[in-house]
Design a protein around this ligand. Sequence first.
Ligand SMILES: [Fe+2]
Ligand SMILES: [Fe+2]
Length: 213
Amino acid sequence: MRRLSPLDHLIAQADAFVKVVSGHARSTGRPSPGGEDAEALLDDQERLLSSRLMRVNHAGEIAAQGLYQGQMVTARNPAIREQLDQASREEGDHLHWCARRVHQLGGHTSLLGPFWYMGSFGMGALAGLTGDAYSLGFIDETERQVERHLDRHLERLPKHDSVSARILEQMKQDEIEHGAHAMAMGGKPPPWPVRRLLMPVTAAVMTRTAYWI
Ligand SMILES: [Fe+2]
Ligand SMILES: [Fe+2]
């Protein structure tokens, strides 16, 4: 197999970035678990709240694409890169489901998508540079924090919005599996300042900002 030059890598990364921010991220093509019913039951306030929450989740999935791409660039073990690639395609499903749901609710996706991607790409690349074990542990910790976040959103969603709820439930199941796979491949938990400070603070900045813009 031909060795890829730095220019090849740069083009591949630029391609991934453009695909994600233009709504054409790679995915596994699973249909949305949301289905179509329950639309008429939401009043304007509920619809607005749902569209904002789903915009936050869409922004989170853009960030997930950036993280995985960054980690793939710096991963050392090809088997791990393969695993990251598969997980990132499943995250691509999440991205498409959330985008579609935001639009169904009459909302728009975050205007800061490219920024979420680039910031996360940097964090993912750094995590990868610390070695495969910490990089895998970083995925597990990310997924745990995402799982708690999804639980909070499932509580906040208007009770008639079962379409969004089904999407978030499926995402949660996938995130749990991503974390478990990462640990099974030899993940080591990141140091506590990363877990308790860096990750929650960056997540809070993103979720609070994407709620509005
Ligand atoms: Fe996800
Ligand atoms: Fe995930």
